[in-house]
Write a protein that binds this ligand. Structure first.
Ligand code: MG
Ligand code: MG
Ligand code: MG
Length: 316
């Protein structure tokens, strides 16, 4: 495959009919937005595929591996809904079972799906089970919201905020690749991220208009805001929140690299007017930069590449 993930999507949607008037936001944001009564329905889907997103061998290192993976799928989808400011509601799950798939592992996976669904108050109402060469499972999730945040709503003069800490998930992945099981905190940040549903809803309630989640790397996801909002985003590396576990395990420099380019943190990024700073900090966001007129993403005053990890593109 020569095309990157996003170029491929752009090419594929050319084959689809243009959306009807009930579609408020189509392809290109964290979720689609469809008008529903007085509010909106938010639709998203995500897949976890053996080889691309996880290795079955990791079950040897991590206790409850399949359970955590099950929780991850639901939270990854819920994170997209959270990034719009919505509440996840109803989901469908497809499961691809390989010839050597073990029942106990699939049951563990669904125990994880079940626990996350309970925590997030999501009803799982169906899906499909198919034979497959590799183990995969995917989820389609529908959320609801009276209104929504978009990647394309950032305005010059606003501040940029992020929840939690960045880079932990990439750190956890690195540990798994090295066959290590400690620190458990980092591994769980990779295998079992928590969707920031509360923070997203509260930001929306405050009147925040722009949000996304950190799925592909902080700089990459800031880049999607900069590009779709046609603004410049300036961040300070010293303001990017890093966990003690990450800096102690990998050192400060590597920790920052993971925070900037590693994906799958599923933290929320918002941009908001300065007058909201106190309230935004109260609900759990930390300021890492500001929105300016112009284009691109700047780190400590220097323009940076915003490419995250794209598993579609062949290595150059
Ligand atoms: Mg997203
Ligand atoms: Mg997603
Ligand atoms: Mg995706």
């Amino acid at each position: 495959m020569r095309l990157g993930e996003f170029e491929l999507i752009r090419r594929l949607i050319k084959e689809l009919p243009p959306p009807s008037e009930k579609v408020v936001v189509g392809v290109g944001d964290d979720t689609a937005v469809v008008k529903a009564g007085r509010g909106y329905r938010l639709l998203t889907t995500d897949a976890l595929v053996e080889g691309s997103h996880f290795k079955r061998a990791w079950k040897e290192t991590v206790e409850e591996f399949f359970f955590l993976l099950g929780k991850k799928l639901v939270n990854v989808c819920a994170s997209d809904v959270a990034s719009m400011g919505g509440e996840p509601k109803v989901g469908l799950i497809n499961l691809g079972v390989p010839p050597d798939g073990k029942e106990v592992e699939l049951i563990e996976l669904y125990r994880g799906v079940g626990e996350a669904a309970m925590e997030l108050k999501v009803d799982i109402v169906g899906g499909d089970t198919v034979k497959s060469g590799t183990l995969f499972f995917d989820m389609t999730l529908i959320g609801e919201s009276p209104s929504y945040m978009l990647r394309s709503s950032a305005k010059p003069g606003e501040l940029v905020g992020i929840t939690g800490t960045a880079g932990d998930s990439r750190g956890g992945l690195e540990l798994l690749e090295r066959g290590r099981s400690e620190p458990k905190y980092l591994i769980e940040r990779f295998l079992s991220p928590k969707a920031r549903v509360r923070e997203g809803r509260e930001a929306l309630k405050l009147g925040v208009k722009c949000g996304t989640d950190v799925s592909d790397g902080l700089l990459f996801n800031l880049g999607t805001i900069a590009e779709s909002s046609k603004v410049r985003i300036e961040v300070e590396s010293s303001l990017i929140p890093l966990s003690q576990e990450l800096t102690e395990t990998f050192g400060k420099e590597k920790a920052l690299e993971f925070a900037l380019y590693g994906g799958e943190d599923y933290e929320l990024i918002i941009t908001f007017p300065e007058r909201l700073i106190k309230k935004v900090e109260e609900i759990g966001f930390k300021v890492i930069g500001e929105v300016k007129e112009g284009s691109g993403v700047f780190l400590d005053g220097r323009k940076v590449r915003t490419k995250g990890y794209d598993h579609f593109k062949e290595e150059e």
